[in-house]
Write a protein that binds this ligand. Sequence first.
Ligand code: S3P
Length: 175
Amino acid sequence: MIRIILIGFMGAGKTTVGKALAQELGVYFYDLDWYITMRYHKSVPEIFAERGEQGFRDLERRMLHEVAEFENVVVSCGGGTPCFYDNMDYMNSLADTVYLKAEPEVLAMHLRMGKGKRPLIEGKSPEELEAYVRETVSQREAFYSKAKYSLDVSLLDNFTKIQESVTLIRQMLKI
Ligand code: S3P
């Protein structure tokens, strides 16, 4: 039975790599933010606006408990998921957890290019964004580094990054 959970900061490529990995392995793919949106019929920014970050974290934890029980899945979670409650220990107890690690400059660059709405970084200038990423990554590192496996995606070649990540994850997990 395959159950892989990808963790890492916003902009690390969890969703892109997760989708490609699931496709290669022939298993289902879930993105936790999408799952939350589907279950609540609300976007992540809407949930933040209505319930605040704490309200979002409660829902996120509950939804994690649904998707992490599914079998034969690759799940990509939100950047903050591992850092609240006992979520990281919970994920480790059920799944092969993989930390997609990247340098703050690389993350900030991806986030500047990305179109997805992310309430925690909305309205930040490029300088503010990079400072926020640098500080938040360093706060979250203690949680992220609890993952069973870790892959530094900023070292990979830009053009083949997705395929290379998939191949390296399969090698690490021997699947
Ligand atoms: C968050 C990351 C987002 C989303 C929410 C909060 C975070 O997910 O869950 O905006 O705290 O880092 P992605 O990492 O998929 O962007």
